[in-house]
Design a protein around this ligand. Structure first.
Ligand code: MLT
Length: 237
């Protein structure tokens, strides 16, 4: 089984992913929020590319059953119900409701994966569960990172390494890892041993400056849920 990491979703072409299982990752913070929402009983999560599309979808579904969620530059959108902090996706808020979410990079990244055989939503909070599901599907695996405004984001590479390490552990016949996958695993190993401080990297530093340290701590917690959301026909369940 081959395993590759694409560090920024905009570099993905349909033919790269058409015969593979994609694990979409925006660890800080949108895929961590989506996993949390599904785990807390959301009926479905609909990723919208932009706030206008999100508001239009919410209007069509009727506000009573909908939670309108999203951010730009990590700040909650005006007139939206919630932003992009995992703590906002509690059962109280999302259970039995549809979450329509638009984030700066993460939701566009998920959208762009429609051509893949299967699309799983991954993070560190579900890393072993998403790895197990991907291995069971039996296809080659591509971990696609959202990145930030077209740039590589170190937090996503860390999460890719964390998931790739779990895939390696769970694959009976071993994996054929690309060089970038190995680099992500090296970053992850350094981070595990306290040698890589991600707080200095751009997206982490921005979140810290806005007071979101607790979100980072949560999103970097490993294996706290077995929930593996699947993206299919425009909807995540
Ligand atoms: C994104 O989609 O770029 C992120 O989830 C941004 C954030 O941390 O709010």
């Amino acid at each position: 089984m081959k395993i590759d990491v694409i560090p920024v979703y905009g570099r993905v072409l349909s033919h790269h992913i058409s015969s593979s299982t994609v694990i979409a990752v925006d660890v800080l913070r949108s895929t961590s929020c989506i996993i949390t929402a599904v785990g807390n009983g959301a009926n479905r999560v609909v990723p919208a590319i932009d706030p206008g599309e999100a508001a239009m979808l919410a209007g069509r579904l009727g506000h009573a059953d909908v939670v309108l969620a999203g951010e730009r530059d990590a700040v909650k959108l005006p007139d939206f119900d919630i932003g992009n902090s995992p703590s906002e996706y509690s059962a109280n808020t999302v259970k039995d409701r549809s979450v329509i979410i638009s984030t700066t990079n993460g939701t566009a990244a998920i959208h762009g994966m429609s051509a893949a055989k299967d699309v799983l939503i991954g993070g560190m909070i579900n890393r072993s569960a998403v790895a197990k599901r991907a291995v069971e599907l039996g296809n080659d695996i591509i971990i696609v990172c959202a990145g930030t405004y077209g740039q590589i984001s170190a937090d996503d590479l860390l999460a890719a390494g964390s998931i790739a390490e779990a895939i390696n552990r769970l694959s009976p016949s071993g994996i054929d890892a690309s060089d970038i996958t190995m680099v992500c695993c090296m970053l992850y190993a350094d981070w595990k041993q306290g040698r890589a401080d991600l707080s200095v990297t751009k997206h982490c530093a921005r979140l810290i400056s806005l007071g979101f340290e607790e979100d980072i701590r949560y999103c970097f917690s490993e294996d706290i849920t077995d929930v593996v959301p699947v993206y299919e026909n425009g909807v995540i369940r």
